[in-house]
Design a protein around this ligand. Structure first.
Ligand SMILES: Cc1cc2nc3c(=O)[nH]c(=O)nc-3n(C[C@H](O)[C@H](O)[C@H](O)COP(=O)(O)OP(=O)(O)OC[C@H]3O[C@@H](n4cnc5c(N)ncnc54)[C@H](O)[C@@H]3O)c2cc1C
Length: 395
């Protein structure tokens, strides 16, 4: 079965691109690639969009506040934050969707065990990189954020350029904007297997030619695997498995009678607990980081609700007013973590020229989605330009 033609007028010779997975990564790639005229893009997801890891995420975008000093991963973080600043208004204008986007920055609490000298050095470094971090001593912290009351908090770093975004609203807006530009989405369609054959010009390399789904088989020129934890079985079907392991995260929603502060609030983060303001006294608190020694099958992992108690107590220990709140829903999700190598994995599947991996984003998939999509775009054009890979549909 051939991929369906799009409604938009497009050049007659089209490259067929299949994206597997419609979490934030697949949706972001679909949107960014939809701006390239000769691509016919179809996104497959075995369920509705933004249900898996993306559906559980808090959307905290830790760019400048990250303690990374240099390198590609820092670059990806900062480039993503910059892209978010233009992307959110762009998507809102195109789709009319409201996308909650907190631009008050991130306030990172510092405790006795934190080395304030290394923070001072990071502040100086970020300044040379064009990013603004500010250190607040206890007196300044008390004056600006009186609801933070814990004598162990000695200072705080305010990273005003960092952001927080609602991951589900973002993903749904990306889908709408991509659809407007001709991308086809096939939800509730599981990709069961990918099949390949050796490339004529480079017999040591394979080309993935067919994607077999629960609703039929499709010919493809490119496959982008953005399937989170589902990337492991998919790549195994191409005899080149990528080892991703689940790391459980649990979070909760709390409603206060009134907001912690009356002016616009930053995300507060301390001892790996985020307090995410949503407006009108509503907050997300998260998330646990639970390594699963015994059970790795995502279908069989059952969260232990008792693990939410230390999270809530930790948040209350910085912001005692949270104790007056009513807990609404609690939820959990599985972060896709690469085993034995750093996150994320954005590269060609070993042995393949037309299978790109955009997966294994672990704790920072929402943050890194824009830079991931940019990299995928660059890798596709580099492969077409330099490695001799020509999609079969091109003359
Ligand atoms: C509790 C929690 C809090 C988090 N907080 C943050 C945060 O504050 N900031 C941040 O940057 N990140 C955060 N993360 C991490 C972030 O959620 C992930 O890194 C990110 O969502 C990964 O996105 P993804 O699109 O790769 O994967 P997913 O969102 O898991 O999407 C993968 C999709 O692929 C589909 N799929 C899988 N296999 C197949 C198949 N065979 N056929 C068809 N479809 C398939 C699935 O149905 C799914 O929709 C958090 C995660 C958790 C769990």
């Amino acid at each position: 079965m051939a991929l369906s033609p799009h409604d938009n007028p497009k050049p007659t010779i089209m490259t067929q691109v299949a994206i597997v997975g419609c979490g934030v990564i697949g949706a972001m790639i679909a949107y960014e690639l939809s701006q390239i005229p000769h691509l016919n893009i179809t996104v497959f997801d075995r369920q509705a969009p933004a249900q898996a890891s993306t559906g559980a995420a808090l959307g905290v975008l830790m760019g400048a506040i990250s303690q990374k000093q240099k390198g590609d991963r820092l670059h990806m973080r900062l480039a993503s934050i910059q892209r978010y600043n233009t992307l959110i208004p762009e998507l809102q204008a195109k789709t009319g969707h409201a996308i909650p986007f907190n631009q008050q920055g991130i306030l990172r609490l510092c405790f006795a065990e934190d080395d304030l000298t290394s923070w001072q050095k990071l502040i100086a470094l970020r300044q040379t990189q064009g990013w603004h971090l500010e250190i607040l001593d206890q007196t300044q912290l008390q004056a600006t954020y009186p609801h933070i009351q814990n004598e162990r908090v000695l200072a705080a770093i305010h990273s005003r350029d960092d952001r927080q975004v609602d991951p589900v609203a973002l993903t749904l807006a990306l889908i709408t904007a991509a659809q407007q530009q001709g991308v086809i989405f096939q939800f509730n369609t599981k990709v069961e297997q990918l099949t390949s054959s050796p490339q004529t010009e480079h017999p040591s390399l394979q080309t993935c030619q067919q994607l077999h789904t629960s609703s039929g088989s499709f010919s493809v020129d490119w496959v982008i695997v953005a399937a989170g934890l589902g990337s492991t079985p998919l790549t195994a079907s191409l005899h080149s498995p990528i080892d991703l392991r689940p790391v459980l995260g649990q979070a909760l929603h709390i409603q206060l009678p009134q907001p912690l502060q009356l002016t616009a609030e930053p995300v507060i983060t301390g001892e790996d607990i985020h307090i995410v303001p949503l407006g009108q006294g509503s907050y997300w608190i998260g998330a646990t980081v639970e390594f699963l020694a015994n059970e790795l099958d995502p279908e069989k992992i059952v969260p232990d609700p008792d693990r939410l108690q230390p999270l809530l107590q930790g948040a209350i220990s910085f912001c005692p007013a949270l104790a007056t709140g009513t807990i609404g829903k609690t939820w959990s999700g599985l972060r896709p973590r690469p085993e034995g190598r750093p996150a994320p994995i954005i590269e060609c599947l070993p042995g393949y020229q037309n299978v790109l991996l955009a997966t294994g984003h672990y704790r920072n998939g929402i943050l890194l989605a824009p830079a991931t999509a940019q990299k995928v775009k660059e890798m596709m054009s580099l492969n077409e330009a330099h490695s001799g890979y020509r999609p079969s549909s091109l003359p």
